[in-house]
Design a protein around this ligand. Structure first.
Ligand code: SDX
Length: 437
């Protein structure tokens, strides 16, 4: 049942009294989660805005893709719990699920996998875009630029009102983002680009495009490839987070889908969002040893110190981020496979988690490790430099972004996003010529 079809909840409406007048705000119930109060007519009826910077209490849209219960630590992709998908599915299957809303049959899966495989190469001209960057450019800066540049290449699939062209653009983005991310890495380390190989799986192909060198055969480690594939599943979508909201807002104007995804990459880069995996590893390296943890925990609690424990806290999860638990499992699997069980940073991370989870400040503020806490250690062990961590997050989140973009364009209620404001600036005043100032 969706708001598109559902009726207001009988006697669920809220009554708002404002300046001596009463207003009914219809309430709607979804299949999971809190009800919503419909305030769409509030401004025209009562000449008043609601005020919610950061959107802590605002539903920006209706969606059927992902659901989070922050208190119970639940994350569902199209109704399937993330821990089950992490244990039994693979990233390409999850891409199909997020895009189309159901698990694929064998035939559907084979067709989708083949379609994605046949779109993994990028236009050869795109390679020249990389050469304009300095070698030490941050991979996220390169990803922003190159994904945005894709909008200059595919004029045959940008009529966003044509469902088939929306689907082709979705397939192209899911297929090409690993190639683009791998090229960003290769350019960063000064090695030649590696082309995709169609007989390899999605994540194996990505690892080979990152780590293969012309001088020798690249041997895929199936344990590591599986771990990275699972990490991609964990990062694939997450309701209306900052970068997804950015993609939706950009898409609401009818912008080119590739440009919308570039906007999402830009937003994800921030250390409060996807950039936290890079920041969390740097924090663990700065802490260095277990005996220095109390000093950093004290700083995180100090109101006068802007320092925060990176990889901790979440706007929605006020209990354990279920992805953090699954991420920790992958972290141990990778370190075990690589014989790195004694990785010092893992000891620091586990001790920091233990201390924080028993500290009144973190308990009271409901701050738990989030997905970014263990991902950095794992990705570094897989061979990626810290600067690539958020690019890997962007690679995985591209399917979530494009599924949400597609859903928004198919929503009959969708219109261009245009929030209002509480204006506290200068009142109207007359211009004063320079000679009189
Ligand atoms: C992601 O939205 C998503 O779904 C995002 C994401 C996704 O998959 O798309 O899950 C991915 O971005 C995960 C979050 C990664 N970011 C970090 O790990 C950075 C560190 N965390 C924080 O900056 C913070 O917790 C946020 C940004 C994640 C959430 O911020 P909120 O919800 O706006 O909470 P807040 O900043 O209002 O903090 C509430 C209180 C504050 O104290 P008071 O002002 O109430 O006294 O908790 C404190 C904060 O100071 N606090 C922290 C803290 N996070 C919040 N104190 C110390 N360390 C922290 N990490």
């Amino acid at each position: 049942m969706t708001i598109r079809e559902s009726k207001a909840i009988p006697d669920g409406a809220a009554k708002l009294s404002y300046k001596g007048k009463d207003y009914d705000l219809p309430a709607y119930a979804g299949t999971e989660g809190p009800n919503v109060l419909d305030i769409r007519k509030l401004y025209s009826d009562a000449d008043v805005f609601t005020y919610d910077p950061g959107f802590t209490s605002t539903g920006s849209c209706e969606s059927q893709i992902t659901f989070i219960d922050g208190d119970k630590g639940v994350l569902l992709y199209r109704g399937y719990p993330i821990d089950q998908l992490a244990a039994h599915s693979n990233f390409v299957e999850v891409c199909y699920l997020l895009l189309y809303g159901a698990l694929p049959s064998k035939t559907e899966m084979e067709a989708f996998d083949r379609t994605v495989t046949l779109h993994t190469m990028v236009h050869e001209q795109l390679a020249t875009f990389y050469r304009g960057f300095r070698r030490d450019a941050h991979p996220m800066a390169v990803m922003c630029g190159v994904v945005g540049a894709l909008s200059a290449f595919y004029h045959d699939s940008t009529d966003i009102n044509d469902p088939r062209q929306r689907e082709i653009a979705s397939h192209r983005l899911i297929a090409k983002i690993p190639t683009i991310a791998a090229m960003a890495y290769k350019y960063h380390v000064g090695q030649p680009f590696v082309y995709p190989l169609n007989h390899l799986g999605y994540t194996e192909n990505f690892m080979r495009m990152c780590f293969a060198v012309p001088a020798e055969e690249y041997k895929i480690n199936p344990v590591l490839a599986k771990a990275l594939d699972t990490i991609f599943i964990l990062h694939a979508d997450h309701e209306q987070n900052a970068s997804t909201s950015t993609v939706r807002l950009a898409g609401s104007s009818g912008a080119n889908p590739f440009a919308c995804i570039a906007a999402g990459i830009a937003c994800l880069w921030g250390p409060a969002h996807g950039g936290a995996n890079e920041a969390a590893l740097k924090m663990l390296e700065e802490i260095g040893t277990v005996d220095r943890i109390p000093e950093f925990v004290a700083r995180a609690k100090d109101k006068n110190d802007p320092f925060r424990l990176m990889g901790f806290g979440h706007r929605v999860y006020k209990n354990y981020d279920p992805r953090a638990k699954a991420m920790e499992i992958q972290c141990h699997a990778v370190l075990d496979e690589l014989g790195m069980k004694d990785e010092p940073l893992l000891k620091v991370a586990m001790e920091l988690e233990h201390i924080a989870l028993h500290d009144d400040y973190f308990i009271e503020k409901k701050l738990y490790p989030n997905i970014d806490f263990y991902s950095g250690i794992t990705l570094r062990a897989l061979g990626f430099p810290t600067s690539m961590f958020t690019a890997l997050f962007a690679l995985a989140r591209t399917v979530g972004w494009i599924a949400q973009w597609k859903e928004m364009l198919e929503d009959p209620h969708q219109k261009i996003g245009r929030p209002r404001q509480l204006y506290t600036g200068a009142k109207t005043r007359d211009y004063v010529p320079l000679t009189r100032r």
